[in-house]
Each structure stands twice: as C-alpha cells, then as structure tokens.
Design a protein around this ligand. Sequence first.
Ligand code: IMP
Length: 192
Amino acid sequence: MTKIDLLFATSNKNKVLEIKKVLPKEFNIKSLDDIGLCEEIPENENTIEGNAIFKANYMYKKYNLNVFADDTGLEVDSLNGKPGVHSARYAGISKNSTDNINKLLKKLKNKKNRKARFKTVIALILNSKIYTFEGVVEGIITKKSKGENGFGYDPVFIPRGYTKTFGELSLEEKNSISHRSLAMNKLIDFIS
Ligand code: IMP
C-alpha cells in the first residue's frame, strides 16, 4: 500500500485526534507536535477560507511538505454570523474557550433565535497545488454549557437532529456528523 504523507498544520491536540480517527490507513499524518515544531501560525485573514489557505501556505513555504490546515468558525444567526472568523479570539487574545463561551451566552441572553453553524475549511497543498474543502454542521446554541468532551464551543452546540451538545457526544458521534469530518472526508475522496 502506498502511504500518503501529509503534515497537519496544527498544534491543537483535539483536532489531531478527530482527524486521525477519520483517516484511512494509507494516510500518514504528522502534526506540528509530531515533528517537534511548536510555532503559532498567524491567523489574521478576514475569512475562514483565507485563514486555512494562509496556514497551509505558511507551513508549505517553510518546510516544502505536502500539508493541510483547517480553520473553523462558529456563525450565529442572531449575531449576524459572529463570532465567525474571529471565533478563537472572541473574548480576547488569550483564546480562552470558557471566556469565549461566557461571552457568547451573554450576547445570546434573551435571544429567541439560537440557530448557529460550525464551518470548517481545510486547505490542502499537494504537489505544490492548493485545494480547499468545506464542511458545515447546523445546530443551536444552548443556554448553558453541557458535557466535558470535545473542545472550544462544543459544550454549547447541539447539532440539528440531536438533543445533546457536542460536549456530551462521544468523539465517534461527533466525527460522524461534524463540520471537520465532513471537510476531511471530501479531502480523502479527492486524494483517493
Ligand atoms: P481555529 O480553527 O483553531 O482557529 O478555531 C477557532 C475557534 O473555534 C477556537 O475557539 C476553537 O476552539 C473553536 N473550534 C474549532 N473547532 C471546533 C470544534 O470542532 N468544536 C468547537 N469549537 C471549535
């Protein structure tokens, strides 16, 4: 079996765990930690797609390896799509998930419309060409955090058709419907 080596341009252990779970055996994924890099990649673009492309390009230019990067945002309808591309730093530069969630729940206090979606764009650079893949999962924002699983905004997001938050669902359940695995499955189909 020919192995496909790809660098995943992230240091986020949760993202690595999710992606490794959905990958077929022929993929050999290395994260930044796996190859001993601990650099923070800038995320200053105005769109989720722009950030994903920037991150993949940044690593490609430095290390000349086939690489992919993901960028994710939570778009909330009654906040006009915010926090969106600014999801990581919604409550400040420390990128603290509890603070982000608290700010979100405060902004949504008394809002009836709690519809939201996670959007992931994965940018892949393969043999010097760039490709993008998008995954979206619709849902609602809860009034309180629930569940210890996952990361980021998972404890306040209930995917459509479910009664539990991503924070309450298992990794396998989240992966079966999530924005990130939808985008990753498109990448896998493309390469395979
Ligand atoms: P980034 O893609 O790492 O820039 O993530 C942007 C923000 O969304 C961060 O606050 C992450 O913690 C959060 N985030 C990214 N992916 C997920 C997810 O799958 N579930 C919940 N929050 C996420």
